[in-house]
Design a protein around this ligand. Sequence first.
Ligand code: XUL
Ligand code: MN
Length: 346
Amino acid sequence: MAKNHPYKFCFGPWNISEGSDPYGPTTRPPAAFDWKLAQLKKQGFDAMMFHDDDAVPDIDSKSDAQIRKEAKELKKRLDGDGIAAEMVAPRLWFSPMTIDGAYTNNDPKCRQYAIDRSLRSIDIANILGTDILVLWLAREGTYIREAKNGRRSMDLLVEAFDAMLAHDKKGRLASEPKPNEPMDHAYLPTIGHALAIAQKTRDLRRVGCLIESAHAILAGLDPADEIDFAMSFDKLWSLHLNDQNGLKYDQDRPFGCTNLRSAFDQVRVLERNGYGRNGEYVCFDVHPFRTTKVEHWLDHLVNSRRTFLKLLEKARTFNEKTSQKLIADRNYQALDQMVIEHLLGE
Ligand code: XUL
Ligand code: MN
């Protein structure tokens, strides 16, 4: 086994959220971006992930020149604070132009808006020094199946991916699949779908994925198996660890908060596959509970990182020899108990 490698950690400005939900307003006042940036380093994180409009607010009202100028100013601040930009993601789910989807919208003008905005996001990513564009295809799907032609939607997705790959000859696209919410059914619900569509693009080597634990659980899949699957193709370029209690709305709970054993399994496969050895970050896409007080506002992030590091220790001290003996003997009952007792600290 190669020498242990250190992990680098990351979160996004949206992870210090204000507590609104579909049933009620915010419960915490907005925090300034500068404050969020300052907390990041202080709490042991190395990088920040950005939606395009986290990096350049009100992006749709700005010229290309203005966008570049603001992105360069942000890059200077990040450099000054020793913070990397992990990725940029076009926010294609807020604008009136994306009400019926972005790349798969039935209106060609809306599709063009989505592609233009994605190309601008790539320009921002280049300025911020990251080659990863994350695509969470929030509104690519349907509320009623008859509203779109699924086969045509695949072609439209490939067309959009190709436009992005042509715009920048070095950039990489990482799809972040999620099976539902906001859509009833999304077109790319799993890592299998994300990697399959990569095959149809003009440069499949530059199309990979990002796994979010909660999204895998919502698809009825095991996040650790999704990680193994993506990493067997060398396609796991980013990661959103969090937790999810069953098939409900996307909960973005602190990592390990609901299913500690599943969290252990995720850390164990990341470690076994050497995630991070090529510079990948462990990002936590977690949110504070609506009830969280302002003075505890960072705890979900700090705790997720802390849990990850404790589980890493558990993964590194798991007795692989004994487990292999039990596997050879097909004694999975004993293996099951061994995992439980290891997690209980015995
Ligand atoms: C949505 C989600 C997004 C993406 C970034 O469920 O996870 O926050 O991670 O656009
Ligand atoms: Mn996410």
